[in-house]
Design a protein around this ligand. Structure first.
Ligand code: ASP
Length: 296
C-alpha cells in the first residue's frame, strides 16, 4: 500500500556553530526567505529536488552564509566550494567538490545528478563540466566578501563565528523526498580538502523509503560516521525523526567528540533536528502555513 503523503514540507538549516551577534537577525531573515521560496515551489506542484535546490540557492546568494557568495577562505586565501543533492525518488545524486568560480554550487551539483554519469566531480573537471552544461564561471570577487577576507587575514582561530553551511530537506506533494547541502567548508582548510557536504551519505542523503537528511559541522567527523545515512538508518528502525537526529548526534559526540548538527525529514513529513553546538539556525514550513517556524 502506498504511504499517504503529508507534503509539502521543507526544512532549511544555516549551519551549526556559534553565530556572531551582528549576524543573528540577518541569518534568520535569510533562512526565512529560503524556506518560503522552497515552499512556494512545492505548493505550485514543484518537486522536492527543485525545492531544496531553490532553498539552498537562496542562501548561496546571501553573503551572511558560508556557501556560494560569502564562503570562507582556505589556507591559501582561496574559495573552494562543496555541494551535493539527492533525489529520494530514485536515489539519483550529484555532487561537486573544491570548485572555485561557481556562484551556485548546488545548481552545478544538480546538473551532475541530471547528467546521470559520475556522482562526484571535483576541481578543474567540475569546472569543465560546468562549461559544458552552460553554467558560467563567476569572478572570485563575486564570491569573496570583505568579512571573509578579513577573517582570513587575521587568521582568527577563536571560532567566534564558525557557521554558515546551508542545507535543505523537502517532501513534495507526490510524497517524494530530496536533500541538498552547500558550503565553503572550514576557514583555513587545506587546499584540495573536500568535506562532508560533497559526500553522499555523509553530509546529504535522501531515500523515499527512509527519509532525507542534511548535516553541518566538523566535516571530518561527519564523514567518519557517515552521519546522514546513519541517522536515516535509525529512522528506519522505527524511531521518530527527532529521536533519530538526537541519537545520531549523540553517537557522534560520544565516539568522536566533534561539533555537528543535522536536519531530518521522514516520508510522513515529520521533522527532526539536533545539534551539539551553541546554535543552528533552522526553519521549517509545511502545506499552506503562512509563516515559517524558526529555531536557533
Ligand atoms: N560541514 C562543513 C565542512 O566540514 C562545514 C560546516 O558545516 O560548517 O566542510
Amino acid at each position: 500500500m502506498a504511504a499517504r503523503s503529508f507534503g509539502p514540507v521543507i526544512v532549511v538549516h544555516g549551519g551549526a556553530g556559534k553565530v556572531a551577534p551582528d549576524l543573528v537577525e540577518v541569518r534568520r531573515a535569510g533562512i526565512r526567505a529560503a524556506v518560503t521560496n522552497g515552499l512556494q515551489l512545492l505548493t505550485a506542484g514543484g518537486s522536492a529536488v527543485e525545492a531544496v535546490e531553490q532553498a539552498v540557492k537562496t542562501l548561496e546568494d546571501d553573503p551572511a552564509f558560508n556557501a556560494g557568495r560569502g564562503a570562507c577562505l582556505n589556507r591559501d586565501g582561496e574559495i573552494e566550494l562543496d555541494a551535493s543533492i539527492m533525489d529520494g525518488r530514485n536515489l539519483a545524486a550529484g555532487a561537486i567538490g573544491a570548485v572555485k568560480r561557481i556562484a551556485n554550487p548546488v545548481m552545478l551539483a544538480r546538473a551532475v545528478m541530471e547528467a546521470g554519469g559520475p556522482v562526484l566531480l571535483v576541481g578543474e573537471g567540475a569546472g569543465q563540466f560546468a562549461a559544458a552544461v552552460g553554467i558560467a564561471e563567476c569572478g572570485v570577487d563575486v564570491l569573496i566578501t570583505k568579512r571573509q577576507r578579513a577573517r582570513w587575514a587575521t587568521m582568527r582561530e577563536d571560532n567566534a563565528e564558525s557557521v554558515g553551511t546551508v542545507g535543505a530537506v523537502a517532501l513534495d506533494r507526490t510524497g517524494h523526498l530530496a536533500a541538498a547541502t552547500s558550503t565553503g567548508g572550514l576557514l583555513l582548510k587545506a587546499p584540495g580538502r573536500v568535506g562532508d557536504s560533497a559526500l553522499i551519505g555523509c553530509g546529504t542523503y535522501a531515500d523515499d523509503q527512509r527519509g532525507a537528511a542534511s548535516c553541518t559541522g566538523d566535516g571530518e567527523a561527519i564523514i567518519k560516521l557517515a552521519l546522514a545515512k546513519t541517522a536515516l538508518e535509525f529512522l528506519q528502525n522505527g524511531e521518530d525523526p527527532m529521536a533519530a537526529a538526537r541519537r545520531a548526534v549523540g553517537e557522534l559526540t560520544a565516539r568522536i567528540g566533534a561539533e555537528v548538527g543535522i536536519i531530518l525529514l521522514d516520508r510522513y513529513g515529520r521533522i527532526g533536528m539536533a545539534r551539539n553546538t551553541a546554535q543552528m539556525a533552522c526553519a521549517c514550513i509545511r502545506n499552506d502555513n503562512a509563516d515559517p517556524e524558526l529555531f536557533d
